[in-house]
Design a binder for this molecule. Sequence first.
Ligand code: MN
Length: 227
Amino acid sequence: MSFVIAAPETVSLPVVGTADRFPIHRVYCVGRNYAAHAVEMGHDPDREPPFFFQKNPDNLYAGSEFPYPPATSDVHHEVELLVALKDGGVDIPLDRALDCVFGYGVAFDMTRRDLQAKAKDMGRPWEVGKAFEHSAPSSPIVPATAIGHPARGAIWLDVNGARRQTGDLAQMIWKVPEMISYLSGLFTLRPGDVILSGTPSGVGAVKRGDRLNAHVDGVGDFEVTVA
Ligand code: MN
């Protein structure tokens, strides 16, 4: 096959333990999946269940630098467990959902909070706040064959050595199988889809030069510098 312009490259992430890479199809993100974060954003998690939005596949990258984006003066860190799917479908039952998972990573859902807040106020979509270039730096993916399916354990983020975000995977309102099953009722999930599973409380602004050290028990560590 030939194209009238150069075809876009396939976006991919490295995989721990192999030279082969994980190709990205779509990036789904869940909002307000930790109750304490929903509260800090001004919402009642008992009245408003989590929900999904998307980033662009090429917002995801394996990088040690996060370039401070344009058109904002309030970029927030959100540390999240990344779930990478090797299989998909529609209406996936809960008890088969984890069979779809290839592996896990530690990732950031970097957010232009000022632009997101304006979009919320005006009832507009969130893309300008969420789906910009380099908005989703990620660690290499660790196969589930090596670590299983982490359902509890610490998730935290240090900025310049000071603890900013802390939580436990067990605090997720929608667990990984529930996210996969629910999403598959809205979209056709495909191999290569990834899910950013929400952030614990403690989000805050970053500035150039900040060093972000993220950790998820059972998955690993990931460091990014704001450039
Ligand atoms: Mn998020």
